[in-house]
Design a binder for this molecule. Structure first.
Ligand SMILES: C[S@@+](CC[C@H](N)C(=O)[O-])C[C@H]1O[C@@H](n2cnc3c(N)ncnc32)[C@H](O)[C@@H]1O
Length: 204
């Protein structure tokens, strides 16, 4: 049977949403990022002592959010693509919350212990990166962390995006003095073309 979707693709959220609705999501690994799974398996708290509250901005279909939920985290998964909602809620099965909204507008009642960014920073326009840094400072409580799967490293800027070229230093600049870089190591690229780093920033 034909299914008909109505989207205003001139709207950014709708243009992402239609990709989920049509299953045209080449960025989707079909599972949580391998580096995240390995680290959660060896230390479910990811260095914070105990699993707490995590925000996954630009969560897409929710694989990473599901991995956090399976390791005892209280998950908030955020995306502005309406079609992502069903995919995420099915995976979370009530063990977490999906928030439909624009990350730049998102103001949680209470800041999080951890923000996990996996191909969200590289999905936003380059001229909005400083605004992303300001938003991240609102999301993470002092003493908390932001972990980023930094991708795509080494992609020429002129190739455009998304995914837009990204380095750990790009993220460090956007986050500013509110965060301190405490780890920056090469990570498994999960079959993707460009190099990937695992970067950890502590909220000061
Ligand atoms: C490349 S996808 C990555 C999805 C997921 N993290 C993954 O790795 O499979 C980027 C995601 O960010 C979302 N996104 C982009 N800009 C956003 C914004 N301003 N607010 C909320 N979500 C946004 C898109 O809808 C999309 O689901």
């Amino acid at each position: 049977m034909w299914q008909v979707y109505y989207f205003d693709v001139s709207d950014l959220a709708s243009s992402w949403s239609i990709r989920y609705a049509m299953s045209q999501t080449p960025w989707d690994l079909g599972e949580a990022h391998t580096e995240l799974v390995a680290r959660l398996t060896s230390d479910p708290s990811l260095g914070l002592g105990t699993p707490g509250r995590v925000l996954v901005p630009g969560c897409g279909s929710g694989h990473d959010a599901e991995a956090f939920a399976n390791h005892g985290w209280e998950v908030t998964a955020l995306d502005f693509a309406p079609s992502a909602r069903g995919l995420v809620e099915e995976k979370l099965g009530g063990h977490g919350t999906f928030v439909l909204g624009d990350l730049f507008e998102y103001r949680p009642d209470e800041p999080f212990d951890l923000v996990f960014d996996h191909t969200c920073f590289c999905a936003v326009d380059r001229d909005r990166r400083m605004a992303y840094g300001q938003a991240a400072a609102r999301w993470v409580k002092p003493g908390g962390r932001l972990i980023s799967v930094v991708f795509p490293m080494g992609k020429p800027v002129e190739h455009g995006g998304p995914p837009h070229a990204m380095s750990t230093d790009d993220l460090r600049v956007a986050l500013g003095e509110r965060f301190a870089l405490v780890e920056d190591v090469e990570a498994d690229c999960s079959g993707r073309r460009w190099q990937t780093q695992w970067a950890v920033f502590d909220r000061v």
